[in-house]
Design a protein around this ligand. Structure first.
Ligand code: SF4
Ligand code: SF4
Length: 337
């Protein structure tokens, strides 16, 4: 198996940066870590789950999808050659699930152009990033099964390199690689996996909650109580790697000139499902929260979940960031409690 020396990683990222917009874990002054443009000084391999998944590389928070210029319609399909370094496996599964949704039925050309132009380098998770990680339950970690171009295993001073695609193979051309004997590498990966799994125990209540939802055994009061607490900030949807709701907006800029934008939206907002007549099939916050969680744990599309458990990849971000504690883990607890 190929290996890279950890001390060379800055140099390797600099080389990749010559041909790609590289996003990598970046330490902020306040100690937080985000995916940001590779900067040798701020880059770190010692990072925790960044607050936002890198879904915006393929699905920006807002983007122009066409322009009207002199009454002529011009589609805007913008895609730069990108490389996301340091994805965790839950986010890799998030990309796989979102990509399935964006490419089935009507293909989303904007998403697909960006995805085709972006390479992914996963850093297998050595341990739970914090107490809200539950990727072993959702079958999305701690190691990615597919979808990546390269996956790296940190085993000390060395990174074991798993090649996932021809593009991954190409990324390694000219890099300072060494070799580890296959059986030794396999043993190292097994040890890595066992140690990681020990720190990310299965959350059985997620399965119990899914079964209760299937059996329609949830008291409406559960949703009413959450609905009364929710402040409709939309944060749970925006941090979620598998949420892909959007709205479109037209702006006329002059006679015969204008743009159409699309921007992230959230099923927690009352305007998301309100119909032109004014009728809203999900009129209460309780019903919108119920819908969101059913979409993740009950009404997911079997193709879109890939080989995961459901429409949630267990990243725990909704539990980390909801200001009033209505993440998936809290909902599961309320359903099964
Ligand atoms: S629902 Fe929550 S835990 Fe699941 S993938 Fe989305 S943000 Fe992560
Ligand atoms: S993050 Fe919490 S408060 Fe904000 S919309 Fe989601 S459930 Fe409601």
């Amino acid at each position: 198996m190929k290996t890279l020396a950890k001390k060379d990683i800055n140099k390797i990222l600099s080389i990749w940066s010559q041909k790609h917009d590289v996003l990598a874990p970046t330490k902020m002054d306040n100690g937080d870590c985000i995916f940001s443009a590779f900067d040798e000084k701020a880059f770190t391999l010692d990072y925790k789950k960044p607050p936002l998944s890198p879904k915006s590389v393929f699905f920006p928070q807002s983007e122009i999808i066409f322009r009207v210029e002199k009454n002529r319609y011009n589609e805007v399909v913008a895609a730069k050659k990108a490389l996301i370094f340091g994805l965790r496996s839950c986010d890799m599964m998030g990309i796989r699930q979102a990509s399935s949704f964006m490419s089935r039925d009507n293909k989303d050309i904007y998403y697909q152009a960006r995805q085709n132009a972006a390479a992914t380098v996963v850093m297998a998770c050595p341990k739970a990033q914090n107490e809200t990680c539950f990727c072993t339950t959702t079958l999305s970690g701690p190691v990615a099964k597919k979808g990546f171009d390269l996956q790296l295993y940190d085993i000390g001073d060395t990174l074991l390199v798993e090649i996932g695609s021809p593009r991954g193979e190409e990324l390694l051309t000219g890099m300072p690689l060494a070799e580890m004997e296959e059986s030794q590498a396999k043993q190292k990966i097994d040890e890595f996996l066992q140690n990681a799994i020990l720190t990310i125990p299965e959350v059985k209540s997620v399965i119990d909650a899914m079964n209760k939802l299937k059996d329609r055994k949830i008291a409406e009061k559960v949703w009413d109580d959450f609905g009364a607490k929710c402040i409709t900030c939309g944060g749970c949807a925006f941090v979620c790697p598998t949420c892909t709701c959007f709205n479109v907006y037209d702006h006329q800029q002059a006679a015969g000139e204008g743009i159409r934008l699309r921007a992230w939206d959230a099923c927690l907002y009352s305007g998301f499902t309100r119909e032109a007549s004014g009728h809203n099939p999900r009129a209460s916050q309780a019903s919108r929260l119920k819908r969101r969680h059913e979409h993740k744990l009950l009404d997911y599309n079997n193709t879109d979940i890939q080989d995961g458990l459901c429409g949630c990849v267990g990243c725990g971000r909704c539990s980390d960031y909801c200001p009033v504690h209505i993440g998936t883990l809290e909902v599961v607890k309320a359903i099964t409690g």
